[in-house]
Design a protein around this ligand. Structure first.
Ligand SMILES: *Cc1c(COP(=O)(O)O)cnc(C)c1O
Length: 350
């Protein structure tokens, strides 16, 4: 607390990111990072960056990267917006496209950063409860609103909404921006990006942090029709004209260009997830059906906090959200095969 803080700063409740231990040797299954290296071309592109390019400002429009993303997604370059991680892209979306007089609709259990941006920008939100089985019922979103945002698959449940439901949501809300945050779509879902040419109210957000093993590079993007992307550019160019540095633009481009590496990493994560799911179920855990790179689990007899602390003592960190109705769940990121086995061993010894 300081007398120099503005009124806004006083009333903020900032997002708390998962722990990033800097020193200990831990098995880190708490922030949904990839256990695999990024595509080899990424490291090469970064290492071979000419000094000249660091001396200059980067391309403020990231045209080469945006073109590569557009081509891969079957869209036009003016339908792609890039930012310093999808968190920054989402921040701009909240400020530029979701700040209206009617409340923003979002699932009560979803990415816990959403309410933080809403509060930062003074946006009213109307959180909607999930169904008993923790799924999202899209019919609940047929009510007056100033916008809709949801992760698909949802976080931290991992539950996927089929594309037909996303289409329903868009059809029911032709006058609202509908934001689908697809941070985990590559682990078994079908992207709503294919619907962009059909719907002028759709924005799809992707990140290179999870399925492309580049959380440290900070690159995310939004896909939508040009007028929505223009709106985001207006916000971006009023905040930071150069959100992606030279290394991020080059590294991200190399990642997008290596489709085979990307596919192989996703397949391996899915295989590990299914193995771990079976093993946890054998140990009595309830495991929500996940289409993501994590499992959301609870044990009928052991408290989540007890398991969390027990794992922590053995050097395995997972994520626990201390808020009902999910306070008895743990979110476990899918690590390498060895990470998964180490987790199971630690559980067995508890
Ligand atoms: C991880 C995550 C993000 C943020 O990703 P970055 O691109 O690393 O900022 C956004 N939304 C959801 C749902 C996430 O899980």
């Amino acid at each position: 607390m300081s007398r120099f803080w503005s009124a806004v700063t006083h009333q903020l409740t900032p997002y708390v990111p998962g722990e990033q231990p800097q020193h200990q040797r831990l098995i880190k299954l708490n922030t949904n990072e990839s256990p695999f290296d990024p595509a080899p071309g990424v490291m090469q592109a970064i290492a071979e960056t000419p000094a000249e390019l660091l001396r200059r400002y980067p391309d403020p429009e990231s045209v080469v990267l945006r073109s590569a993303i557009a081509e891969r997604m079957g869209l036009a370059v003016d339908q792609v917006f890039v930012g310093n991680g999808s968190d920054e892209v989402l921040g701009h979306i909240f400020q530029g496209l979701l700040n209206h007089s009617l409340p923003l609709l979002l699932p009560e259990i979803s990415y816990s950063f959403y309410p933080v941006w809403a509060s930062l920008y003074g946006i009213d939100i109307e959180p909607l409860a999930l169904a008993e089985d923790f799924s999202i019922n899209v019919e609940d979103y047929a009510r007056p609103n100033g916008g809709i945002i949801l992760p698909n698959p949802n976080a931290p449940t991992g539950i996927l909404l089929p594309l037909a439901d996303i289409r329903r949501l868009l059809d029911m809300n032709p006058d609202s921006v509908v934001v689908i945050d697809e941070a985990y779509i590559d682990f078994g879902g079908q992207s709503a990006a294919a619907l962009v040419p059909e719907y002028d109210n759709l924005l799809v957000v992707h990140t290179l942090s999870k399925s492309r093993s580049l959380a440290g590079l900070r690159v995310g993007y939004a896909l939508g029709q040009a007028p929505l992307i223009d709106g985001l550019n207006r916000v971006k160019n009023s905040f930071n004209s150069y959100p992606l540095d030279v290394l991020a633009q080059r590294g991200a481009l190399a990642s997008i260009e290596d489709e085979a590496w990307f596919q192989q990493c996703c397949e391996q994560v899915i295989a590990n997830r299914e193995m771990l799911r079976g093993q946890l179920q054998e140990r009595g855990f309830e495991v929500l059906p996940s289409s993501a790179n994590f499992l959301f689990v609870r044990h009928p007899e052991r408290s989540a906090l007890t398991i969390f602390n027990g794992l922590r003592e053995q050097g395995v960190i997972v994520r626990h959200f201390n808020t009902p109705p999910i306070d008895q769940f743990l979110r476990i990121s899918i690590g390498s095969h060895e990470d998964c086995l180490a987790l199971l061993e630690a559980l067995d010894s508890l």
